[in-house]
Design a protein around this ligand. Structure first.
Ligand code: GUN
Length: 289
């Protein structure tokens, strides 16, 4: 990991994700040569949300890069819940498909996210969103771990800072990021504080944090002055400004001058999510290595 100045180091997710993809590519090449099945990932996209379309395109491209076979199932927004459930049922039964990912969020009208996520076979749930996988994580016996939280933990581990006993303040309580990150950090014996839109004295909470994970989708909500000297800052936010530039949930420059480690936006957490998805897909195909 490279250092922009003598105190703060950048947690370069782009670089780490590239390393992980290269390792996976080699592993897949070798495994397939030895007779293991080519790992297969099915992606399901309902509707044409521009951001979701970009995410899915990137996922498919990364599959190709490492040698994961990709099966894409685009559905019109009007397809409806039954058609979506039928698609998932077919993918559940397809032996070439080892992992299934339904891109979230689903269109607001006419879809039940809970029902959809429950319909994916837990052993193909490479997103780790099925209640069984969520429950396993909650019990401290994770099976498939959601990709963004898994990538966040990897990035924190890169710092080689001992997580045990550290105070981790998490901003955002989503099922995709905030809640699973809390479970993972608890599993590493951190003291975890969950903050959200109704939290009072947010600044005070952040000021007391050794590790800050910001996942709220509010541009630069966390001011640089809130970051305590030497903290690790993980910024999950990707917010597009009116001028087209991307900013995180943390005001980067100010925070970087206080933190010991910080993730950039873009190039921090984002690329790690896809690397972890590929890793989970290989795990689904071949079991845990
Ligand atoms: N939408 C935003 N993040 C994710 C993710 O990790 N998986 C899926 N399926 N949808 C998402």
């Amino acid at each position: 990991m490279n250092s922009p100045c003598n105190r703060t180091s950048i947690l370069d997710g782009k670089h780490l994700a590239k390393q992980i993809r290269t390792q996976l590519k080699n592993r897949i090449k070798q495994g397939v040569a030895e007779g293991l099945p080519t790992p297969g990932l099915a992606t399901v996209l309902v509707g044409e949300d521009p951001a979701s379309s970009v995410y899915i395109r990137n996922k498919i491209r990364s599959c190709k890069e490492v040698g994961v076979e990709s099966f894409h199932e685009p559905l019109e927004e009007s397809a409806g819940q039954e058609m979506l459930l039928e698609t998932i049922k077919r993918l559940n039964q397809d032996p070439k498909v080892h992992g299934i990912l339904v891109q979230l969020p689903l269109p607001r009208a006419g879809y039940s996210e809970v029902e959809v996520l429950e319909s994916i076979l837990p052993q193909k749930d490479v997103d780790g969103f099925h209640p069984l996988n969520q429950g396993a994580l909650f019990q401290g016996e994770p099976r498939f771990v959601p990709c963004t939280p898994k990538g966040i933990l990897r990035l924190i581990e890169e710092t080689q800072v001992d997580i045990a006993g550290k105070k981790a303040v998490i901003l955002g309580r989503s099922n995709i990021v905030g809640k699973p990150v809390a479970q993972l950090l608890l599993g590493r014996n951190a003291t975890v504080v969950m903050c959200h839109s109704r939290t009072q004295r947010l600044e005070e909470e952040v000021r007391s944090a050794d590790i800050v994970v910001a996942a709220v989708g509010v541009p630069e909500l966390v001011r640089g002055s809130w970051i305590s000297e030497g903290a690790i800052v993980i910024d999950v936010g990707i917010n597009r400004q009116d001028d087209g530039t991307l900013v995180g949930d943390v005001a980067y420059e100010g925070a970087a001058s206080k933190a010991s480690w910080i993730t950039p936006v873009p190039g921090g957490v984002g690329p790690m999510t896809i690397a972890m998805l590929l890793e989970n897909t290989v795990e689904a195909a071949w079991g845990v290595s």
